[in-house]
Design a protein around this ligand. Structure first.
Ligand SMILES: NC(=O)c1ccc[n+]([C@@H]2O[C@H](COP(=O)([O-])OP(=O)(O)OC[C@H]3O[C@@H](n4cnc5c(N)ncnc54)[C@H](O)[C@@H]3O)[C@@H](O)[C@H]2O)c1
Length: 266
């Protein structure tokens, strides 16, 4: 018979708390980013809301009682300036980075152009490289932290008309693994969630009701995700509840990655 287990038992619910910490959210202006800003705020963090659009960053910052910064996260100088501002606003306290920026531009290979390839890799992958490189230096100085991105099912399996977006998300997933390996010894965890289909303001503008019904009928759980459901897992990844989780791409696709056949969606 085994010896009695006397290993300490933590207060599990407290490990989700972020009291005293600051978290910066890139793409906080709507959808998943806005929900993520609320999630980390409710867990006790002070929040810095960053968005390309100043008014959107300011609106969400007001909702969560945080700070707002306007920044094009695809540009190195802007990212460097953004983290410098974050350090001035909340000195020594930045411990979490959530970057949800990304956008699918659908195309067939035939219609694809060099310019589209470049812009997709900028908006899907390049900013993650910049945020990881510049942000990890700040986290390191503050005693470590967590960096979390939003990948995609499209980076894990073929989806129609995603022959540039898919490879760009696959590259983002791979960057997460490389960064997680390099930064693990510095107390920095790097992960991503990989959604399938999410009701975000942008997607709801783009996709008709009829198309949503077609998409949702192909998803094993029978519905697309709500933005807050993605934010829940971003909160988990940012918190000490995920203290042993790094280098992971967490599928959030309602079962689609199981290999479920999909209709031609777009
Ligand atoms: N919605 C879906 O069905 C779905 C599915 C899989 C993956 N994703 C991924 O989820 C993430 C969020 O998608 P979404 O539909 O919520 O996006 P969204 O367009 O609703 O939100 C993105 C936010 O980022 C901001 N932003 C855009 N470019 C920026 C830049 N250069 N610098 C700073 N901020 C910028 C936008 O202003 C916006 O507020 C993306 O990475 C997307 O690829 C979405």
């Amino acid at each position: 018979m085994a010896d009695t287990d006397v290993s300490p038992v933590p207060d599990f619910t407290r490990t989700l708390r972020l009291d005293g910490k600051a978290v910066i959210v890139f793409g906080a202006g709507q959808g998943i980013g806005r929900q993520a800003a609320h999630a980390v705020k409710q867990a006790g963090a002070d929040v810095i809301c960053v968005d390309l659009h100043h008014d959107a960053a300011t609106r969400v910052a007001a909702e969560v009682g945080g700070a707002a910064i306007a920044c094009d996260v695809t540009q190195r100088e802007a990212v460097e300036d953004c983290f410098a501002q974050a350090e001035c606003l909340m000195p020594g306290r930045l411990r979490g980075i959530i970057d949800i920026v990304g956008e699918a531009r659908l195309t067939t290979l035939d219609a694809a152009t060099d310019a589209l390839w470049q812009s997709q890799f900028d908006i899907v992958t390049k900013h993650a490289f910049l945020v990881t490189q510049v942000g990890s230096a700040l986290l390191r100085g503050n005693g470590g932290g967590a960096i979390s991105f939003v990948g995609s099912l499209s980076g894990r399996r073929m989806l129609t008309k995603q022959s540039i977006y898919g490879p760009a998300k696959a590259a983002l997933h791979h960057l997460v693994q490389c960064a997680a390996f390099e930064l693990a010894g510095q107390g920095i965890r790097v992960n991503a969630v990989a959604p399938g289909f999410v009701h975000t303001p942008r997607m709801d503008r783009m996709v008709s009701e009829a198309k949503w019904r077609e998409i949702e009928s192909a998803i094993p759980v029978g519905k697309a995700a709500a933005s807050y459901e993605i934010a829940q897992v971003l909160l988990f990844l940012t918190s000490d509840m995920a203290s042993y989780v790094t280098g992971q791409i967490i599928g959030m696709d309602g079962g689609l990655a199981t290999g479920t056949p999909l209709p031609v969606l777009f």
